[in-house]
Design a protein around this ligand. Sequence first.
Ligand code: ACO
Length: 282
Amino acid sequence: MDFPFDINQLFSERISILDQNLSASRRSMERPDLQVQISAVIDELGRASAKAQQLAAPVTSASKLQSQNHQLYLLKDRESGGGRGSAVGFLKVGYKKLFLLDQHGVHVEAEPLCVLDFYIAENLQRHGYGLELFSFMLQHKNVEPVLMAYDRPSKKFLAFLAKHYCLVQSVPQVNNFVVFEGFFLNRSAVHLRRTPLKKPDGEIKPYSMVAREVVHREQRTLPWPFAPPQSPQRSVPSQCSHPVRVGFSPSRASSPVAPSSPLGGSRDQIERYREKRSRYRS
Ligand code: ACO
């Protein structure tokens, strides 16, 4: 995705981590003109993501990022855009308090890291860029994909999770979030606790009210306990590139370094995947 300004000047790293400050560096924090350009990039990516997912409105924008405690990983390509660089895509994550059903149908309260939005420019999809972003985030957050929750994942994203992380069997929920088998095994890692079945009126809702839910009014279903479980179920693929070890206790370094874990996906693995894909396409 090209812009009429220098992406390389805005984002010095291949993957930049943006938060409420909307800054990729101290320099951009001190320059209002650069902040305006960063906002334009986030807004444009957010719009493209909404369009790709057929959402009525973007769930990602600069103003939303400023008001929420989320993190956005932005991937750029330094060489393209006539040497000014271009935006390849982004991944937005954040912690959310969720009310979930475990595999026995017991209500539990959890506050997992959630994938809230994910987008790779149309012409660059299926080239391994999504995997590069996702594995970088896993390293940076020191988290396993099985311990995360996914906010209304698209078909493409479900295929991505199945292919790269063997995440196939979801545990049915009555909200928009999808969690996979294994999520409930490591209670401390996702801050799980059982919730009482009956709650005082008006205290909490059984599902999280998120922007994604608001823009999907046409797909709204009856809330718990009136609606049947609706989480998508996928067919089992024969292989995946980074198998998930259920119940695995994270042991990676927590510093934001270049991905190297077998679970996160090393640069070699990403390159191998890209080579395989280009062979397949040519
Ligand atoms: N159809 C089916 N599966 C797809 C497609 C597609 N068009 N595109 C990607 N995938 C899945 C497949 O498993 C694919 O493997 P394959 O090509 O061997 O079948 C795998 O992803 C490819 O991996 P990457 O190349 O690393 O992924 P990519 O760079 O394409 O990024 C992403 C994945 C972000 C889902 C991208 O396809 C995209 O932007 N899609 C449109 C927007 C979208 O649906 N975002 C997810 C929203 S849901 C949420 O954010 C919670």
